[in-house]
Design a protein around this ligand. Sequence first.
Ligand code: ACO
Length: 337
Amino acid sequence: MIKELYAEVVGTGSALPPKVVTNVDLERIVDTSDEWIYTRTGIRERHIAEEGEPASKYASIAAERALEDAGVRPEQLDFILVATVTPDTPFPSTSCIVQKKLGAPRAACMDVSAGCSGFIYGLVTADNLIKTGSYKTILVVGVELLSKITDWTDRGTCVLLADGAGAAVLRASEKKTGILGTHLGSDGSLGHLLHMPGGGSLNPATHETIEAKYHYLKMSGNEVFKHAVQVMGDISEKLLDVVGLKREDISLLVPHQANLRIIQATARRLKLPMDKVYVNIDRYGNTSSATIPIALDEINRLGLVKPGDVLLMVAFGAGFTWGVAALEWSKQNTPSS
Ligand code: ACO
């Protein structure tokens, strides 16, 4: 009889650039205020990479920490998935660059492009690769250096976007634990509401595209906000039904950190008190595909979950894309150093 396989999280890691930029620092760059940014978004400060630093640098540091936490050597990795919209270069993939940095010769490598939902897309891909029985140990990284595609004169976006990386090591288990259920979705017809027009085959880099600021992230913030609130609530409720979990079974909601008001709306929809919702947007801003794995790593190292606890991770992002995953925590926590 073929045994059913489950994907459990056996290690987490994260890495943030040392430089911290506060809201007050941004007041000197654009017409904004600490008060506006904090009350509208929940953000107080964010980490920003230095010039010349690539995403793979932070992805690799987060990955090394996750591998150490898992007690897994890089040579044991079967697959590396890196979720990012700010890869080092269009190709080779950032996952291949991370493979080289880690020294993980057995791993197959693939990047995932799903905006802020990227880590959940990576997690669901890893879960299904593990379920086939073909791959046992998979590294999933969410990394973003959004500062590199930020228009620092656009107050509607530059106060939100930030840099960072988070990683998780998943391993096949015959025990029913780890990822209990997932759902992914997309709506490409709304892609124009959050996009970067330049740099691809449609608008390759020219003097004109640079002058037109095509190489920066563009966003209709209000529209993204409305869709995010609706969709994150809908898919979370649906997944709980499908998996057969009740709201009371959720130990911690780990939402994508784009805006505190989106997070609060999702919590209200699920009738969860805010002490059951992990929030770190005040310290890190929106690091897109990195927000959930950074949060997971903090939750692990702060000892906020114990084996048997259920985490609900939910995200919404460019594409539009969305994803949700219910995870039963199965590892002993890693004390923070
Ligand atoms: N400082 C001061 N005022 C500002 C700023 C700022 N930084 N930004 C906008 N404003 C002004 C606007 O110009 C507007 O002024 P007006 O009324 O005179 O025209 C007013 O504030 C209100 O603007 P809104 O856009 O309506 O503000 P809102 O409350 O919607 O907040 C925000 C804007 C924070 C962007 C919100 O819509 C949001 O968080 N959206 C979702 C963002 C998101 O999830 N993004 C994902 C991106 S990352 C990725 O996917 C790669």
